[in-house]
Design a protein around this ligand. Structure first.
Ligand code: UDP
Length: 316
């Protein structure tokens, strides 16, 4: 049985990853400090003998006796919505440290334990991109000290230190850049566009489009993302690579609002609010590298994924 450490395993994507690893008979050590995640995301695994939970901050020393075959680093606040209590802007220093010192400590652990390592980076390393779709070899257009910089720049540092461990110690690392992802277990107060619009639509409140809604995003269903993360970790040819993971189906935010309103049979209005600072105007992954080296492609289309997510939020 393989042992996997999932840092950030109580988060939205992390908890789906834990579930999928448990289902394929891995032992899962989940480390999380619940700074922006939630215990309820992992309640369903408690009692499973293959699931171990450690409440700890990854920037602190982790004492682990077990052998560890794989380390997934997904531990970071990730919501850019300043209105959300879970936003990385509410935790600027914690976000910087999770992706810098936290990444350093997990890389060191991987080196000592001889584990394979995956760093969950982000499409935000491309900033407000001047090229679209974004390929992995695009260096991005990032404001180094703007409000989003605590996330963008610390993820860029996380990528740099991951590559340093690969180059200096030949550590078996890979970096994945996660684009917008949605699905059940998104936090209701995360402030993400999909969760906000769904909650607004099913409760009859106006859908709040920021700016004029012409900015674009490409939304990936969480099951596809988890498949991509596992392939990136377990494939033989991902060592030292940087790989985009996301859905390439690009939509404007206004199109998304209209689609969610329709799928939820909602009579809510659509209203327009101020666009946040440094909000990227476009975002669309080029996923040809993931297809080539991992054989990965998204399977769940946007409408199907949104319907499942609407059902989840209705059930709460
Ligand atoms: N957005 C919006 N209304 C909301 C929340 C977000 O129009 O209630 C916009 C946001 O300004 C951005 C896009 O939707 O242009 C995606 O935002 P999200 O916070 O989900 O993630 P991002 O892609 O910015 O990291």
């Amino acid at each position: 049985m393989k042992t996997t450490l999932v840092a950030g395993g109580a988060g939205f994507i992390g908890s789906h990853l834990c579930e999928s690893l448990l289902n394929q008979n891995c032992k899962v050590i989940c480390v999380d400090n619940f700074i922006t995640s939630d215990k309820k995301n992992i309640d369903r695994f408690i009692g499973n003998p293959n699931f171990i939970f450690i409440k700890e901050d990854i920037t602190k020393h982790l004492q682990l006796k077990d052998n560890i075959d794989y380390v997934f680093h997904l531990a970071s606040p990730a919501s850019p919505n300043i209105k959300s209590p879970r936003s990385y802007m509410s935790f600027p220093l914690e976000t910087l440290m999770a992706n810098s010192e936290g990444t350093h400590r997990l890389l060191e652990l991987s080196r000592i334990k001889n584990s394979k390592f995956l760093f969950a980076s982000t499409s935000e390393v491309y900033g407000d991109p001047l090229e679209s779709p974004q390929k992995e070899n695009y260096f991005g257009n990032v404001n180094p000290n703007g409000v989003r910089s605590v996330y963008d720049e610390s993820k860029r540092f996380g990528e740099a230190i991951t590559m340093a461990y690969f180059r200096k110690f030949d550590l078996d690392t890979r970096i994945v850049r996660i684009f917008n992802t949605f699905g059940p277990f998104m936090q209701a107060d995360d402030g993400r566009v999909v969760s906000n619009f769904i909650i607004q639509a099913i409760s009859g409140k106006p859908l709040t489009v920021y700016g004029n809604g012409t900015q674009t995003r490409s939304f990936c269903y969480v099951d596809d993302m988890v498949e991509g993360l596992k392939l990136a970790m377990f494939s033989d040819n991902s060592k030292g690579e940087v790989i985009n993971l996301g859905n390439s189906n690009e939509k404007t935010v206004l199109e998304l609002a209209k689609l969610i309103k329709k799928l939820a049979n909602s009579s809510s209005q659509i209203i327009f609010e101020n666009l946040p600072q440094d909000d990227p105007k476009v975002r669309q992954p080029d996923v040809s590298k993931a297809k080539k080296i991992l054989g990965w492609e998204t399977k769940v289309d946007l409408e199907k994924g949104l319907l499942k997510t609407i059902e989840y939020f209705k059930s709460l």
